[in-house]
Design a binder for this molecule. Structure first.
Ligand SMILES: *Cc1c(COP(=O)(O)O)cnc(C)c1O
Length: 321
């Protein structure tokens, strides 16, 4: 499954060459980085001899959309633990509708009660005679970072291959960073396959900065351990995480990000959503401006999230009625 890397039009005054890798075009359940990551979890589940998937995410979760669809299409039982923030309005999203379609059982819990919910669901599935697999490891959601990272260590090969064919190197690779799995995977790829590009994660989550950085580090270390490869001592210098563009946290955005959604659609015909990809794309542009980066080759990783683009369109349509 190779996705295209394409040149973007960019603004006329922009001296950087902007490219985009279209992970949104991956051919399953509307694409996105969760297609590769979902496949990696699936393989890991089988390898561990499990026969039932337990997944976790919010109402917006692209990961849960893809995993529920993979499970349904392959006849594997799946339970989703869906967390809610206190006071969050219970609006229905395209992703929850699609999860619902697959007949996946949804267990709701509050953000503070995830560990208890995971434990309960795992025990219940065991009592039903199944061998459940929780995608994130233990009930606190740690211990399986290396699996998801592996998906993007593989995908990094495609970037290196493109560079080789074109006879140049990217100077930067920007991407939205949430759980940090995609970013740690790309870093693993760079550590193993070389390359010049600084890998720049633009934080889109509300996670505390130190914690987010630590999770990226764990992802890298865990992948190297899992695959029995030796981790370079100075690997942490590859972790670049920007926390200044998240505009108040997960799912929050203002008119600058909304303008970015419109501009990129109009200029390049590419759909970005305000929660992940447009926030990171806007953050990238701001960063390049602030740091006066000029004449560089810059790659943006479009991590998908198509259904959120449509959530946004519907919301705008309702607001203008
Ligand atoms: C999940 C997701 C991300 C973040 O990826 P992580 O590996 O969790 O950091 C970015 N963009 C989209 C569209 C996503 O669904």
């Amino acid at each position: 499954m190779e996705t295209p890397i394409l040149r973007m039009a960019g603004e006329p005054e922009d001296s950087n060459e902007l490219y985009i890798k279209r992970e949104d075009l991956l051919p399953f359940s509307m694409g996105g980085n969760k297609v590769r990551i979902g496949e990696a979890f699936f393989d890991d589940m089988k390898q561990k001899g499990c026969d039932c998937m337990v997944i976790y995410g919010s109402r917006h979760s692209n990961l849960c959309r893809v995993l529920s669809a993979l499970c349904k299409s392959r006849g594997v039982p799946c339970v989703m633990i869906c967390s809610h923030e206190d006071g969050e309005e219970q609006e229905i999203t395209n992703n929850t509708l699609l999860v619902d379609w697959t007949g996946t059982e949804i267990v709701h819990c509050r953000k503070q009660e995830i560990a208890a919910a995971v434990e309960e669901v795992m025990n219940r599935q065991k009592a039903r005679g199944m061998a459940p697999y929780y995608i994130f490891g233990n009930k606190y959601g740690t211990g399986n970072e290396g699996t998801a990272a592996g998906a993007y260590a593989e995908a990094y090969k495609e970037i290196r291959e493109y560079e080789r064919r074109r006879g140049f190197s990217f100077d930067y690779i920007f991407l939205p960073s949430g759980t940090g799995a995609t970013q740690s995977g790309l870093i693993c790829g760079k550590l193993l396959m070389g390359g010049e590009a600084s890998i720049m994660g633009v934080m889109i989550s509300s996670r505390e900065y130190g914690r987010a950085r630590e999770v990226v580090r764990e992802g890298v270390a865990s992948y190297f351990e899992k695959t029995g490869k030796s981790l370079p001592e100075d690997y942490q210098k590859e972790i670049h995480l920007l926390d200044q563009y998240r505009q108040g946290g997960y799912g929050r955005y203002d008119v600058r990000i909304e303008a970015c959604v419109r501009e990129v659609y109009c200029r390049d015909g590419v759909a970005l959503d305000p929660v992940y990809t447009a926030k990171a794309f806007w953050g990238m542009k701001e960063y390049l401006k602030e740091k006066q980066v000029e004449g560089k080759k810059v790659l943006f990783l479009h991590t998908g999230g198509g259904p959120l683009f449509y959530d946004y369109l519907t919301k705008r349509e309702k607001a203008s009625l």
